[in-house]
Write a protein that binds this ligand. Structure first.
Ligand code: SIN
Ligand code: FE2
Length: 217
């Protein structure tokens, strides 16, 4: 399935689009808060800088990551997990900005997941050429809680597959301000991001930032 692959940038929030059972696209949902969100990302990254983590297999990820909230997702030679401290500094991850929590809660509610209380926000930074291979988000304790993903900056093609890695993927072109929520029957679906095409965003330059908000603990 291909959704809106060639649309112009969204400028106004659109009605929720359910693209798979439990998976909802909220076009331009975060646009009204873009300045506050970008300022908050700057503060998070000043306290816990973006870094390219190592996979358990010893590869350096092309996506640069940081976290905020009580828990942060990390990977290194010993595996994938959530930690309460930034391993790079030994300090707690920066607190989750109130705007992230509010946005995630309202997006989740719009998508049919009322009462979402995120305690972790992974912040991913992509540059042209950066990709994220297909994976499931399965380090969280409670799969009844959804994942809320906020896209900022240059476009990306988001791949949304099935319960098995080899399943066919839907492709969604995600633009600045778009929010995707997946939970319930979609919670463990494979997903990833195609290598980003070169582009420049007026506020963000040649990069894409993605926030994924989770209930990890
Ligand atoms: C992720 O799966 O953690 C991020 C997805 C995205 O960047 O859109
Ligand atoms: Fe993910």
């Amino acid at each position: 399935m291909t959704l809106d692959l060639f649309t112009e940038p969204s400028t106004e929030p659109a009605p929720p689009e359910t693209f798979a059972p439990g998976a909802v696209l909220l076009r331009a949902f975060a646009l009204k808060d873009e300045n506050a969100i970008l300022a908050a990302i700057g503060q998070v990254a000043a306290a816990a800088p973006f870094r390219q983590m190592e996979t358990p297999g010893g590869f350096r990820m092309s996506v640069a990551m940081t976290n905020c909230g009580a828990l942060g997702w990390v990977t290194d030679r010993s595996g994938y997990r959530y930690t309460s401290e930034d391993p790079q500094s030994g300090r707690a991850w920066p607190a989750m900005p109130a705007i992230f929590r509010a946005l995630a809660q309202s997006a989740a509610a719009q998508a049919g997941f009322a009462g979402f209380e995120p305690d972790a926000c992974l912040v991913n930074r992509y540059q042209p050429g950066t990709r994220l291979t297909l994976h499931q988000d399965r380090n969280e304790k409670d799969f009844a809680q959804p994942i809320v993903s906020v896209s900022l900056g240059i476009p990306a093609v988001f791949l949304f597959g099935g319960p098995k890695r080899a399943d066919r993927c839907a492709r969604l072109r995600l633009l600045h301000g778009d929010v995707v929520v997946w939970g319930g029957p979609a919670r463990l679906r494979f997903h990833g991001v195609m290598p980003l095409a070169p582009a420049v965003h007026p506020l963000q330059g040649a990069q894409r930032i993605n926030l994924t908000l989770r209930r990890a603990g």
